[in-house]
Design a protein around this ligand. Structure first.
Ligand code: 3HC
Ligand code: NAI
Length: 653
């Protein structure tokens, strides 16, 4: 039974039990209707508490049903019946009340929530708008501005904030059911609150401010349908009668549900949940994670140390000398300062976390470490030396990980006597902010080592995607391949700004040339020089980037790269770069031509997809959707397009 009804004297308790997150499916909708019928018909019942079993209140409509034709009873009808009940319903919320779950709570006459609960309407993140009255009832309960923020941004609010803005009636300290009973008993003789649909909406406080919010939303939507549909639905709800607004909301929801944008976002939702799964690790127990070692306190090492500290994992950071230790500590302090500025931590926690960081130059300080992550310069001899030292100084059960971008970790593992404890943990910069983590599965890695890597990813709240050993793993390998292709398109006749603009129009936050200028051109130049001797001579090689580097154009940091930077940050197209591209084409005997934006994007996509297929064929990725997860979360591929492999026809399996 998805919904059961019990009684405590004259108060009924309707319990939804549909693990894992009580999503509203057909059975729950039917169960709620049956509970409504019984509570209305039974004269001994004076009020009903809606509670949920397990870890959460209702986390929304069941997304798995979205691909199928809707089956009655529909959620809006269930909520209408609840709202029209002659006896009060109270939603007692713990965990999360999301989407259809919050809409059900809005159909109840009262709402209380445990202090740790979160409430939200995240439908836009699935390419939808609320489809069961959320856009109509919410602005009739809370300020229009708060409603717009919650519905168009999709971000849940905490229970204390919900109380603050009037979304709930009370916080439930202690036992939720007891608090709900107390709350209702105190109101049994009070008149039934006016259902939200019969109330007046809260008009925006200030028309000019509302206009600004509207403009910001248009700018942020960048081609996506759902955020603008959310705005339209709320504006309809603010000026039209509730019945009309509810009907329009439903139409819009159903239209969006069958739109490719929502199908793509639903694919990503399930892809991200599938990503951390490796069947061979199903029954493997990870090692402990109480003390982490980090080797190298540069950009990545400091970011990784910060990420661990923020997850309450004490860190010992090893550097070359005392000055480098201090520089590493300063970088970690800076990152924690940033977290404090973003109000993720307060001053006390900042001090506590920093006290959990030890720095040293001696590997003997790592004897207590359960897992060590190496992030020294990208140099194989150095990595060998570091892993040999780690092998000598760490406990035999300590997991050893490298953060290398491109080097062969199987080779790195050979510097140790126990290659089975060596894995890759490829973080993305800034490591304490970016959600993606590639877990590199070396040939001889033990299941325990891999399971511990996944456990660390989970502890750091990363999306951990397994990848086999190859040049660049999943993400950097695909990036390298389409970077080579965009250089070729440039040589063939396009300009950096045209290619970047086409990519931005497609939905990337920035184009490939702007991105390289931001990261610096010198690092990949050094890599190309290292590989020059082993390059396949039959492969097309475009030398434009090399010519730029030879001229000292390393990107933003030198004021010139693919673009000019007069103010240090705004890219200005540079005729000199176009001239270099022209000369490069002439030297290669290429007659330049024009490109349409569509052709540019088709070529970039085709290259990503071709490389992705090879990655799959070589078993570097576990599943096609993992490649989508990597490209979306590490390389700015627009989420609402589902990822390159999804666009090539791969669906979640
Ligand atoms: N429908 C179907 N399955 C869902 C689901 C949903 N709404 N929400 C979560 N699940 C599934 C996940 O796929 C996962 O399944 P798996 O174990 O087989 O992989 C399982 O529940 C647990 O989910 P998570 O791994 O994400 O667990 P977390 O504890 O990390 O997060 C959560 C829980 C915050 C509830 C998160 O799952 C979430 O954000 N869910 C989606 C919420 C949402 O978008 N709701 C709106 C749906 S649209 C809607 O309601 C339309 C309405 O307006 C008509
Ligand atoms: P970095 O140059 O900023 O930092 C390297 C640090 O290693 C320096 O602080 C240096 O003092 C230290 N170091 C060098 N030799 C050492 C030794 N023997 N013992 C202890 N410390 C030593 O480099 P960055 O960018 O942090 O890169 C580190 C690694 O992470 C490289 O393998 C790189 O390929 C990889 N990586 C880099 C990313 C990036 O965006 N920068 C992203 C993902 C991986």
């Amino acid at each position: 039974m998805a919904v059961t009804l019990t009684h405590l004297d004259d108060i009924a308790i309707a319990t939804v039990d549909n693990p894992p997150v009580n999503a509203v499916n057909h059975a729950v909708r039917e169960g709620l209707l049956a509970a409504l019928a019984e509570t209305e018909a039974n004269p001994a019942i004076r009020a009903t508490i809606l509670l949920c079993a397990g870890r959460s209140f209702i986390a929304g409509a069941d997304i798995r049903e979205f691909g199928q034709p809707p089956k009655p009873p529909h959620l809006p009808d269930v909520i209408d019946r609840m709202e029209g009940a002659t006896k009060p319903w109270l939603a007692a919320i713990h965990g999360t009340a999301l989407g259809g779950g919050l809409e059900i709570a809005l159909g109840c006459h009262y709402r209380i929530a445990a202090p740790s609960a979160r409430l939200g309407l995240p439908e836009v993140t699935l390419g939808l708008i609320p489809g069961a009255g959320g856009t109509v009832r919410l602005p009739r309960l809370i300020a229009a501005e708060e409603a717009l923020e919650m519905i168009s941004g999709g971000k849940p609010v905490t229970a204390p904030k919900a109380l603050d803005i009037g979304l709930i009636d009370a916080l439930a300290e202690g036992d939720l059911q007891e608090a709900a009973l107390d709350f209702l008993r105190a109101r049994l003789d009070a008149p039934l609150p006016t259902p939200l649909r019969h109330r007046q909406p809260h008009a925006p406080r200030d028309a000019a401010d509302w206009d600004k919010r509207r403009q910001r939303l248009h700018a942020r939507a960048r081609g996506q349908a759902a955020p603008l549909a959310a705005l339209e639905a709320i504006e309809t709800a603010l000026k039209e009668p509730a019945d009309l607004a509810l009907a329009r909301e439903r139409d819009s929801f159903l239209r969006l549900k069958s739109h490719p944008e929502s199908a793509a976002l639903r694919h990503v939702f399930f892809a991200e949940r599938a990503a951390g799964q490796m069947p061979r690790l199903k029954d493997v127990t990870p090692g402990p994670l109480t003390q982490i070692g980090v080797i190298g306190g540069g950009t990545m090492g400091a970011g990784i140390a910060t990420a661990c500290l923020l997850a309450d994992l004490p860190v010992t950071l090893i550097e070359r000398d005392a000055a480098a230790c201090e520089a590493g500590r300063a970088r970690v302090t800076d990152s924690l300062d940033g977290a404090r500025a973003r109000r993720l931590i307060d001053a006390d926690r900042h001090a506590t976390l920093l006290s959990q960081l030890a720095t040293d130059t001696d590997y003997a300080a790592l004897t207590g470490a359960d897992l060590v992550i190496e992030a020294v310069f990208e140099d194989m001899d150095l990595k060998h030396a570091v892993f040999a030292a780690l092998d000598a100084h760490t406990r035999p059960d300590c997991i050893l990980a490298s953060n290398t971008s491109y080097l062969d970790i199987n080779d790195i593992a050979r510097a140790t006597a126990q290659p089975d404890r060596v894995i890759g943990l490829h973080f993305f910069s800034p490591a304490h902010v970016m959600k993606l983590l590639e877990l590199i599965v070396t040939d001889r890695a033990s299941d325990r080592a891999l399971a511990t890597g996944f456990a660390l990813g989970k502890r750091l709240r990363k999306l951990t995607v397994p990848a086999g050993v190859c040049d660049g793993f999943i993400g950097n390998r695909i990036l390298s391949s389409y970077r080579r292709d965009t250089d070729a398109i440039l040589q063939d006749g396009a300009t950096p700004s045209q290619i970047d603009q086409a990519m931005r129009d497609f939905g990337f936050p920035m184009g490939i040339f702007e991105m390289q200028d931001l990261a610096g051109l010198d690092i990949s130049w050094a890599m190309r020089k290292r590989r020059a001797a082993t390059r396949d001579p039959s492969e097309r090689y475009v030398d434009i980037a090399d010519t730029l580097c030879e001229a000292g154009r390393f990107g933003r940091k030198t004021g010139r790269g693919w673009y000019l930077y007069e103010d240090g940050k705004t890219p200005i197209p540079d005729p000199e770069v176009e001239e270099i591209a022209r000369q490069s084409a002439a030297a290669a005997g290429i007659t330049r031509r024009s490109f349409s934006d569509d052709e540019i994007i088709s070529r970039i996509l085709a290259t990503m997809q071709r490389e992705g297929e090879e990655i799959l064929n070589e078993n570097i990725a576990e599943r096609a959707s993992d490649i989508d997860v990597v490209m979306i979360n590490g390389y700015g591929f627009p989420r609402w397009r589902g990822g390159p492999m999804y666009m090539a026809g791969h669906r979640n399996s």
